[in-house]
Ligand binder design. Structure first.
Ligand code: SAH
Length: 272
């Protein structure tokens, strides 16, 4: 049984007396093409372990389980767990965990795993942060459906950088694989989506990450203001000292934070 048609999704929920929860970001995939694209982008090998967040009624989970060695799916909604026990009952290689993806109430796979998910949109940024910062059990790659605009912001380059872009790009290479129309989901969300792939660097930068984030946050405090103002205020430094700091890193003090590259922020971090 494949679960993609709108009729089928509605039937399953009706049978359990459930309506999609807005609060839990429930927008179910109902488009075969979109699912196929997401699965293809994930390049799943037969010995892969896949971690999925928010399986819902198990539409994507089924497809993943046919290709991977093992699929671990973390779902917060107890009602969905009940449904999953039915829809995924034939699969022996799926582990369903009832839990919150953002909490540490479940074990991350010990092996080099891939994260694949049509994420509930309200946890996009914290989820990405959690998995990029997971020092021991970092995924090999993350292939995610997120809101189109969020995907574009994450992939932005100077002069359109943001805290979000810098905090992903200091750990990984993000890439938009393709766009997905909002009609691929039910209930239909307000905006279109994108398949975003984030590949952590095999060799992470050896920098002081908390310090990096302090510098980036200070720089972006008032994004319309010149860097020199934000940084001198943020670190209680004189204007002169701050100008010296910026210039010694080849950064014009009058520039705005959004024009700096990740390398610029790293240089500033290393010389603070
Ligand atoms: N993957 C399914 C469902 C997507 S909807 C599909 O594509 O059709 C998002 C799913 O994430 C819902 O099932 C929702 O209950 C679940 N969810 C929401 N918040 C969560 C959290 N914090 N941790 C785990 N799952 C969550």
């Amino acid at each position: 049984m494949t679960l993609t048609s709108l009729r089928l999704v509605k039937e399953i929920l009706a049978k359990h007396g459930i309506r999609p929860s807005k609060g839990l970001g429930q927008n179910f995939l109902i488009d075969r093409g979109a699912i196929r694209k997401l699965v293809a982008a994930s390049s799943i090998q037969s010995n892969d372990t896949i971690l999925e967040i928010g399986p819902g009624i198990g539409t994507l989970t089924q497809e993943l389980a046919q290709l991977a060695k093992k699929v671990i799916s973390v779902e917060k909604d107890a009602k969905m767990i009940e449904i999953l026990r039915e829809t995924l009952s034939e699969f022996k290689n799926i582990e369903i965990i009832h839990g919150d993806a953002l909490k540490s109430n479940y074990k991350l796979p010990a092996t080099n795993y891939k994260l694949v998910s049509n994420l509930p949109y309200y946890i996009t940024a914290p989820t990405i942060r959690k998995f990029l910062e997971a020092s021991k059990a970092k995924p090999y790659s993350m292939t995610l459906i997120v809101q189109k605009e969020v995907a574009q912001r994450i992939c932005a380059k100077p002069p359109k950088m943001s805290i979000l872009a810098a905090s992903v790009q200091v750990y990984a290479t993000p890439k938009i694989i393709s766009y997905i129309k909002k009609t691929a989901f039910w209930p239909k969300p307000k905006v279109d989506a994108a398949i975003l792939q984030i590949t952590p660097f095999p060799q992470p930068y050896s920098i002081d990450f908390p310090k990096f984030f302090t510098v980036v946050k200070a720089g972006f405090k008032q994004p319309r203001k010149q860097l020199v103002n934000n940084l001198s205020a943020g670190f209680g430094l004189s204007r002169e000292k701050t100008e010296q700091w910026l210039c010694s890193n080849d950064i014009e003090p009058a520039r705005r934070a959004e024009t700096l590259s990740v390398q610029d922020w790293i240089n500033l971090t290393n010389t603070l």
